[in-house]
Design a protein around this ligand. Structure first.
Ligand code: NDP
Ligand code: GDP
Length: 339
């Protein structure tokens, strides 16, 4: 068993909860950093049965002095920086605060580590959104970035600061370029959870039509529980590096809808194009889905599909959960939650 202390930022988020659970199982002392707000949401930790085992500290990535105090007091062996304004659509509306948290917040952490705790290892949650308007398919560690949102631009700054501190100061600064990963703890504003939550309610009698944006974009979706294992493995290496975690399979939003309705034994029949496209219950003819332009983005990332060969070869990491299994986990969970 390990006898290490990990500081996990973004502990109230999806990955924070899954990672905390894994690290506790590995014997770590886990300190979870959360920004102060009036309604702290520890649902994820409660859901995974670890609320009592994670010590929570107040830490806002916007506040250098706060980060300094926390890091120099806790003196963690490993910092997993998962905190971010993580919703791409919101970053178009809040580009500046997204830049401060997702970009500058990482620079604060790095500089504190460099100056006061240079042997502490740092993990940064980089993202497949960095590939944006992709210049190569599938995308791997060497694929050039083309960010398409304020979120991705901020994450690109953070990513290169990690690489720069690694190369300039010998800091153990490792980046996981994770493709989309979902779970029953995913925020309901993200398309997968929006769909599974809607389908769950539909199966319970709420017959509202599901309104979605771009049905043609396509994502490489895995299960968050599998992906946090990759984060942990990256931090156990002798040297810092950058790794892609992905399944290697891409699925359109339309097809994700099909999978989700299939989980409640409904087949969706699609008709029309563009904003006029609609999904119907193939059996009853009832309308299930419509396109609503309010969910379109000013600039879209149309296709993401990752190549995680390096993670497989160096870390021995592979995803374990298929898309069908993931959809079923999410729909079943949402049915319980809404019942
Ligand atoms: P979530 O949105 O579920 O969690 C984000 C966390 O960041 C929350 O705990 C949130 O706290 C916290 N946070 C936001 N702003 C601040 C701030 N100013 N100071 C401190 N904490 C803050 O994201 P995920 O768990 O899904 O993702 C984890 C990380 O991985 C993020 O950095 C995300 O960008 C990145 N990522 C995620 C992918 C995915 O598919 N899930 C793919 C690739 C990268 P609060 O609860 O208070 O809002
Ligand atoms: P992202 O990959 O981090 O942006 O994760 P999201 O789940 O927010 O979006 C994934 C894709 O789904 C993007 O291409 C969105 O444009 C598309 N999408 C289509 N309809 C919706 C919707 O109603 N909500 C969200 N969040 N995304 C949608």
């Amino acid at each position: 068993m390990q006898n290490k202390t990990a500081l996990v930022t973004g502990i109230t988020g999806q990955d924070g909860a899954w990672l905390a659970k894994l690290l506790l199982e590995k014997g770590y002392t886990v300190v979870g950093a959360a920004r102060r707000n009036s309604n702290r949401n520890l649902y994820g930790l409660k859901y995974l049965g670890i609320e009592e085992q994670v010590k929570i500290v107040d830490m806002d990535l916007l506040d250098y002095s706060n980060i300094y105090d926390v890091i120099t007091t806790i003196k963690p062996d490993e910092i997993y920086n998962l905190a971010a304004q993580s919703f791409v659509a919101a970053s178009f509306k809040q580009p500046l605060s997204t830049g401060m948290v997702d970009g500058m917040g990482v620079a604060y952490i790095l500089d504190i580590v460099k100056t006061f705790l240079p042997t502490t290892k740092v993990y940064q949650a980089s993202t497949s959104e960095l590939y944006g308007k992709v210049v190569e398919t599938p995308q791997k560690e060497t694929t050039p970035f083309y960010p398409r949102s304020p979120y991705a631009v901020a994450k690109q700054y953070a990513h290169w600061m990690m690489v720069n501190y690694r190369e300039s100061y010998n800091i153990f600064a490792t980046c996981g370029i994770l493709f989309n990963h979902e779970s029953e703890l995913r925020g309901k504003e993200f398309v997968t959870r929006k769909i599974t939550n809607h389908v769950a309610k539909y199966s319970l009698g709420d017959k509202e039509v599901l309104r979605l944006g771009n049905l043609n974009s396509s994502r490489d979706w895995g299960y968050a529980k599998d992906y946090v294992e990759g984060m942990y493995l990256m931090m156990q290496q002798d040297n810092p590096d950058t790794f892609v975690l992905a399944t290697g399979t891409t699925t359109t939003i339309r097809d994700f809808v099909n999978h989700a309705y299939n989980a409640i034994n409904i087949e969706v029949k699609w008709e029309g194009d563009g904003v006029d496209e609609k999904g119907f219950d193939a059996n009853t003819g009832e309308q299930l889905v419509m396109v609503d332009p309010q969910f379109f983005r000013p600039a879209e990332v149309e296709l993401l599909v990752g190549d995680a060969t390096k993670a497989k070869e160096v870390l021995g990491w592979t995803p374990k959960t298929s898309l069908d299994e993931l959809v079923k986990i999410m729909v079943d969970h949402d049915i319980k939650l809404n019942s």
